[in-house]
Design a protein. Structure first.
Ligand code: CMP
Length: 143
């Protein structure tokens, strides 16, 4: 079954949006198989966002994501990588459609509430970067 890595960023945690975000994915029909509230170290942030290393905003990105706790999650289900990205909305909240998480709750690209893996390769990499196998659970979901 397909898995993706999603993370409520420090702005989403500060604004008490963890419950709202979890509820959206639960109601959609996806299964939560791993979750933790955590502080990201500078090293982990730099590795997670490694593909953006040369971007002018990299320093700002690392500094923001390490500024407070994040809520890291692994969700499972059919096409969850693509569908979760659609539910999150475009990266820049100004372009994100109403009804999406970013479209409903944010206006700044640097503080866009949530991160989600953008491909099967990044999903595998990011799930393994944030979670040990023992932190992921497996349970029947019949409906
Ligand atoms: P995310 O999906 O976490 O992946 C990379 C992040 O970089 C992205 O969300 C944005 O929050 C952030 N980002 C992209 N462009 C900018 C920018 N111009 N300034 C600050 N942050 C940015």
């Amino acid at each position: 079954m397909e898995k993706t890595f999603l993370m409520v960023k420090p702005d989403g945690v500060q604004r008490n949006l963890i419950g709202e975000i979890v509820q959206r994915f639960e109601k959609k029909g996806y299964q939560l198989v791993g979750a933790k509230l955590m502080h990201i170290s500078k090293e982990l942030a730099e590795e997670h966002y490694g593909e953006h290393k040369e971007r002018p905003f990299f320093g700002e990105l690392v500094s923001f994501i390490t500024s407070g706790p994040v809520f890291a999650m692994v969700w499972q289900g059919d096409n969850v990588i693509k569908v979760a990205r659609e539910m999150m909305g475009k990266t820049n909240p100004v372009d994100a459609a109403p009804g999406t998480i970013r479209g409903d709750y944010s206006v700044q690209v640097g503080m866009n509430i949530i991160h989600g893996s953008d491909s099967p390769e990044s999903a595998e990499r990011e799930v393994n970067l944030f979670f040990n196998e023992s932190e992921l659970v497996s349970y029947a979901k019949d409906i």
